[in-house]
Design a protein around this ligand. Structure first.
Ligand code: CMP
Length: 153
């Protein structure tokens, strides 16, 4: 099990004055009021990556949930690109939900900034905010349908 994924140099966002409004521009959190967003921001870390960085590696135990603030990343498994994710999209939820290893690699294809939450902060977020949990479920269903419709599934 590796904690390195989340220990990579990150900046706590508590001091970032516009971090809460930045999260407000992301549809995922737009249903939360300013007060909730501010509380949430202080629990996360902003992480910066270069091009070609593996943010999460298939098979590793997951310790973080990630929301892309800037840039682009690909979800890759067995030499295939399963999805391309950009600003406002999330990844890393699967391992945190079921405690199983990471299901795929997530690799940056441009310089990328993410907002990352530890597994325990993620659990708190989902339990306290059903509207966020529902948006996440909708996105997961969309991904499942896309996977069902992919030619090699
Ligand atoms: P997790 O398994 O924790 O780590 C890899 C992440 O890639 C996974 O969580 C999802 O967030 C994401 N992922 C896995 N499969 C797909 C897919 N088919 N489409 C989009 N994202 C995916």
């Amino acid at each position: 099990m590796s904690l390195n994924e989340f220990k990579a140099a990150g900046t706590r966002m508590a001091g970032a004055p516009d971090a809460a409004s930045m999260l407000g521009t992301v549809p995922f959190f737009s249903g939360l009021d300013e007060k909730k967003r501010k509380a949430l921001v202080s629990e996360g870390k902003e992480m910066s990556y270069g091009t070609g960085d593996t943010i999460v590696g298939e098979g590793a135990m997951g310790v973080g949930f990630y929301l892309i603030l800037e840039g682009q990343a690909e979800v890759r498994k067995g030499g295939r690109v399963l999805a391309s994710l950009g600003k406002g999209e999330f990844f890393g939820e699967m391992s945190l939900i079921d405690g199983q290893p990471r299901s795929a690699d997530v690799v940056t294809v441009s310089p990328t900034k993410c907002w990352a939450l530890t597994s325990w902060a993620f659990a708190g977020l989902v339990k306290a905010n059903p509207e966020v949990a529902l948006l996440m479920l909708k996105e997961m269903v969309k991904r499942l349908r896309a996977a069902q419709n992919s030619p090699t599934s």
